[in-house]
Design a binder for this molecule. Sequence first.
Ligand code: UT7
Length: 323
Amino acid sequence: MSLRAVVRGTGHYLPDRIVTNAEFEATLDTNDEWIRSRSGIERRHFVAEGETTSAMATAAARAALEDAGLDVADVDAIVLATSTADLTFPSAATMVQAELGMTKGFAFDVQAVCAGFIYALSNANAMILSGQAQRVLVIGSESFSRIMDWTDRSTCVLFGDGAGALVLEAQNGTGSPEDRGILATDLNSDGRHKDLLYVDGGVSTGTTGYLRMQGNQVFRHAVEKLAATANTAMARAGVSPGDVDWIVPHQANIRIIQGTAKKLGLPMEKVVVTVQDHGNTSAASIPLALSVGQARGQIKPGDLIVTEAIGGGLAWGAVVLRW
Ligand code: UT7
């Protein structure tokens, strides 16, 4: 017998305001055709004035608890992946804890930018396998619209806001790849590339700052590193690409998603794609895609899923799980 961290429920939240590519044409030298063909993005959601990362995370968490048929009292821990926490501290996770009325257990944020949800899942899995927690809310929530330079057409058209959540639960498995739950994880970072994607503000500047990205350089790293980490995680799980039902990639760019699928030898019919509707929501993109994929009827219990992401740091990784 071996312990597994099994997905018990999922949910998501998207802000009401939808912004189409055409809306940027009024203020920037850009157009729908460029954004669509270079990134695959058609629209994205932006938070309203006063709407926060922790509020979106709370809404997604409530939806995941409802899907799981659980109450917040059943949860031991909250792990929230975000790079856009409401305040420098305390963690957005503790704000979610308070909003949900959870008065026991523990909550903390994980900051690995667009790879954040992979890092959070891996952390939650480790806590479950080591007996530190039985049920963990794993959330990705971001308000990247708050760190956009609206005069920089090379970045501000690419990102969006939203949140997604999973409830992970300790369950007994057999130790085989047929088990439900997380089967393997793989995490990587290489700080030599820290200048390719960063925010030019923070505690050292006394400002919040704006996102800066050398997009084509990040692009060059993405396909190769994502395919490599997915292959490493699959090998650790004892599965091969032919066993995979769904790739659920970080939703940054349709061309990266297509290139990675091709490198893994998998057709696009096996890829959950939401980038056209959400843009790049950083650490929220994978839980959003998992929740939307389930709601669409694509992801079903028993499906083998490979999920992978890369972002600022650079930090990247993959998780193999059976739904
Ligand atoms: O989630 C974290 C990880 N991030 C990513 O994965 C993002 C990775 N990078 C990308 O998705 C792509 O590199 C972009 C979508 C950001 C850009 O696509 P690209 O094919 O790499 O284009 P590029 O940066 O090489 O730029 C091509 C041209 C440039 O013009 P010149 O220098 O060739 O004359 C840009 O100035 O496109 C221009 N450009 C734009 N044109 C119209 C850049 N942004 C825009 C825009 N509208 N919004």
